[in-house]
Design a protein around this ligand. Structure first.
Ligand SMILES: CC(C)(COP(=O)(O)OP(=O)(O)OC[C@H]1O[C@@H](n2cnc3c(N)ncnc32)[C@H](O)[C@@H]1OP(=O)(O)O)[C@@H](O)C(=O)NCCC(=O)NCCS
Length: 193
């Protein structure tokens, strides 16, 4: 399939759309979020099962934001800042990335500052972003790839209706550690708002 086909799948958006759910507001990440973005991604507890080591300084957060903006410009990935309605401060991020136009698929990602864990925020954000993926982007399938030891993350996708599809053994070397990965998938026809 041609690249033209891939681009036709994506709406003609000038900026990343803001999304609301019951308690959350998902919005583009801005320059003034850098200290909060850094606080999330510098925390070793948050980064335990992430694909990169904890950030060490604000410059890394700035480069990360530049990458987010580049991915949006190329329509290969969308990343939102997670905020609580009525509080503008960024408490985490969630994304749809590896957008694959010819196949109408994408992958979901999420990370939340550890002070905010255990409130159901990640599951709520994932459900809202999946709705955007299926209803606005026309995706057929959204995937998650998770370290099998990351029980909280597995809980998040299972609550959102994802099905476990299989394990790839010793798939990655992250932070010097060989890791298995478990794949989850959610199909548009299975998604319940
Ligand atoms: C994964 C993460 C986003 C979950 O955020 P959260 O807002 O606390 O998640 P939720 O509250 O929506 O749901 C978490 C569920 O997992 C459960 N849970 C939390 N920690 C757990 C653990 N160590 N073992 C088993 N279950 C756990 C919670 O009880 C909750 O289930 P419940 O709703 O049935 O009570 C958060 O832990 C995080 O940011 N982790 C670091 C980044 C990361 O690993 N991202 C995913 C990469 S694939």
């Amino acid at each position: 399939m041609s690249e033209t086909t891939a681009h036709r799948l994506l709406p003609d958006l000038a900026t990343l759309p803001e999304l609301d759910s019951e308690r959350l507001h998902l919005r583009p990440i801005r320059e003034d979020d850098l200290p909060d973005l850094f606080a999330v991604f510098a925390d070793p507890d948050v980064m335990r099962y992430w694909s990169t080591p904890p950030m060490r300084d604000l410059d890394e957060a700035r480069a990360y934001l530049a990458g987010i903006e580049r991915n949006f410009a190329e329509r290969t990935g969308f990343k939102w800042g997670i905020t609580r309605r009525g509080h503008d401060r960024l408490i985490g991020t969630t994304s749809l990335f590896r957008l694959d136009g010819p196949h109408n698929t994408g992958e979901i990602g999420y990370a939340l500052g550890s002070a905010y864990w255990g409130n159901g925020y990640a599951a709520e954000a994932v459900r809202r972003v999946c709705r955007f993926g299926f209803e606005d982007l026309g995706l057929r399938r959204i995937e998650a790839d998770i370290d099998p030891r990351n029980h909280a993350s597995i809980h998040v996708v299972e609550k959102a209706g994802f099905q476990r599809e299989g394990v790839l053994r010793e798939r990655y070397i992250y932070n010097g550690e060989i890791q298995d990965v478990v794949y989850y998938g959610l199909l548009a026809r299975e998604f319940q708002r």
